[in-house]
Design a protein around this ligand. Structure first.
Ligand code: G4P
Length: 281
């Protein structure tokens, strides 16, 4: 089953974004540090490039991503022209200063009370954009939560007298074509629960974990090297058996085991995990 995700207001939001870009000096793009490629919107990158606007890429949720992989992503983005990248966490108040400084560096001709830096902030739903806005303003302006796309229209926010932010709705693809990307987004709780199949998302997650985080996987579920060398379907089965998640007739409850694996990943019970590396591109 492929991951389907069609929030209706996205086309309108894209047009509005293009219109607003003209009145802003730079674009702040928020992605999830655990999957920076799948959580960016390729359509938006084309618009930014076309308009030639400076671009600040924020790898948010770095507090739960694998720090070694996040460093590799920062190195990767440092090769892009007109772009700066930062690893941040909306949970860390100290990040406000670093974000502002990066914006001032990208737009050196602005940054005073007469000519404030004007930044437009974008990101697909659930990457933590609202949480970052709240961090920047140090008050609760943007609603945060697990319901994707809570920002319905653009709003201008005065962060400081030298820094103004335009918030945008959480833009998303019309359809996620790549099954792996869709399932990584699902595993990472970025797309709505009705849009994916938990067992399939857990299978994609296990495919990644057994290659990149084999030791962590074995420790968490008491598996041996032979067991994690099996196809992921069999690993889920093993985990269900070990955890006594059984249906009638002692059949392993694969769905229950899949949900447990997803929750364990989301709550860092397996470790600090990143699903994508820059050389996967
Ligand atoms: P959005 O505007 O991009 O849609 O995202 P939002 O800020 O609503 O954040 C989505 C979820 O991600 C929230 O979790 C939020 O707390 C969490 N989050 C945001 N930034 C970070 C971060 O830097 N690190 C971590 N670990 N989590 C982050 P939630 O479960 O919906 O709410 P909550 O109870 O955790 O606040």
């Amino acid at each position: 089953m492929s991951v389907q995700w069609f929030p209706g207001h996205m086309t309108k939001a894209k047009k509005e974004f293009e219109k607003n870009l003209k009145h802003n000096d730079l674009v702040i793009e928020v992605v999830d540090a655990r999957l920076p490629q799948s959580s960016e919107n390729p359509m938006l990158n084309q618009i930014i490039k076309h308009r030639g606007k400076p671009h600040l890429k924020l790898l948010n949720k770095s507090d739960i991503a694998d720090p070694k992989i996040t460093s590799q992503w920062l190195k990767h983005y440092s090769q892009k022209a007109n772009t700066l990248s930062l690893s941040v966490s909306a949970k860390n108040k100290k990040n406000k200063l670093a974000i502002k400084e990066a914006c001032f560096q990208l737009v050196p001709h602005r940054g005073t009370s007469i000519k404030p830096v004007r930044a437009i902030i974008i990101g697909i739903p659930n990457v933590g954009k609202s949480s970052l806005i709240n961090l920047l303003t140090q008050r609760k302006i943007a609603k945060t939560g697990d319901v994707p796309a809570v920002t319905q229209m653009q709003q201008r926010i005065i962060v400081d007298d030298d820094f103004v932010l335009t918030d945008t709705p959480g833009l998303m693809w019309h359809k996620i074509e790549d099954e792996m990307q869709g399932n990584y987004l699902a595993a990472s709780n970025i797309i709505g629960i009705n849009a994916y199949d938990e067992t399939e998302a857990a299978l994609y997650l296990l495919d990644c974990l057994k290659v990149s985080y084999a030791a962590e996987l074995m420790t968490r579920y008491d598996l041996d090297p032979n067991e994690i060398a099996q196809p992921s379907e069999q690993i889920i089965e093993k985990i269900a058996e070990k955890k006594r998640m059984l249906l009638k007739g002692n059949q392993p409850d694969l769905k229950k085991a899949a949900i447990t694996i997803l929750q364990d990943y989301r709550h860092q019970k397996i470790g600090m995990i990143s699903l994508e590396k820059p050389n996967d591109n």
